[in-house]
Design a protein around this ligand. Structure first.
Ligand code: AMP
Length: 273
């Protein structure tokens, strides 16, 4: 396992690697959700790369960029066990040197759900993913279902700019009580941690509901979440899983997605139905 921090060193070290080569992009503070992607990438490719970069461009001015967990030593220990070949962990100035002026905007799909609460978030995501793809030049990109809208943005970017990478989406890894693993779960105190199961409970309600009208299902989900005093809803959406357009009726291919604050911590989750 080789840890590389500059673009020049990465290019030098990977000039003649065996392919296919995978990239699993992360912001670090790694958990079993990340590891499931990394293991799958490892199994399916000759060479595997993990990037660790807390990307300032995807955080809003009042968001948690400053306190986002940075745990490089812990991450490297965890990665040692996976057999990954290269870790690309650049500094902020390596990725955004003075004079940096180019951004990628993926229209429409970026403006819904997360986009309406986090303006410029997906502009930051699309820009960093485009940069990582052009630095690392992987054949395959491994992403988690947990970030469903992000995956659609990256797929659009990949198609529209002919980046030619194969995108593999892996299932969401959850705690035994249903909470999706997330680096942000660390922010939760014990009381909030208990309350946070309401996201998954609301998604289960949608999955198990016999109802076919999305508005009815949404109403039930909102009532359940609002019964949890520590929870505050940003959005609950039942949409077409490809376009994110609102659905009139459930037709078997829906994305049920939500963003909910538990105390000061904003969590997202989703299921495909
Ligand atoms: P992050 O470090 O949060 O930016 O996530 C890096 C990648 O890991 C993204 O593709 C996420 O969708 C994925 N990921 C995060 N949490 C989970 C999880 N609980 N299960 C599966 N994949 C996840």
């Amino acid at each position: 396992m080789e840890v590389i921090t500059t673009v020049a060193d990465f290019r030098g070290a990977t000039r003649s690697v065996e392919r296919p080569m995978s990239l699993t992009p992360t912001m670090g503070a790694l958990h079993e959700g990340h590891i499931s992607l990394i293991q799958r990438a490892q199994e399916e490719n000759q060479t595997s790369v993990v990037s660790i970069f807390v990307n300032p461009a995807q955080f809003g001015p009042s968001e948690d960029f400053g306190r986002y967990p940075r745990e490089m030593e812990h991450d490297l220990n965890l990665l040692h066990g996976t057999g990954v070949d290269f870790i690309f962990a650049p500094s902020t100035v390596e990725m955004y040197p003075e004079g940096f002026k180019t951004h990628i905007e993926v229209e429409q799909i970026s403006e819904k759900m997360e986009g309406s609460y986090r303006p410029n978030h997906f502009r930051g995501v699309a820009t960093i993913v485009c940069k990582l793809l052009s630095i690392i030049r992987p054949d395959r990109l491994y992403l988690g279902q947990k970030d469903a809208q992000q995956n659609l943005v990256i797929k659009r970017l990949n198609n529209d700019l002919n980046l030619g990478v194969e995108i593999v989406v892996c299932p969401t890894v959850r705690e035994p009580d249903g909470l999706a693993l997330s680096s942000r779960n660390q922010y939760l105190n014990p009381e909030e941690r208990k309350a946070a199961t309401v996201l998954h409970r609301a998604l289960l309600l949608a999955e198990e509901s016999g109802r076919t009208n999305p508005s009815d299902i949404k109403r039930d989900m909102i009532a359940l979440i609002e019964s949890e005093p520590l929870a505050r809803i940003d959005y609950v959406s039942i949409v077409d899983a490809d376009s994110l357009d609102k659905l009139g009726e459930f037709d078997g291919h829906a994305l049920v997605a939500l963003a909910v604050y538990i105390g000061d911590t904003r969590l997202i989750d989703n299921v495909l139905i």
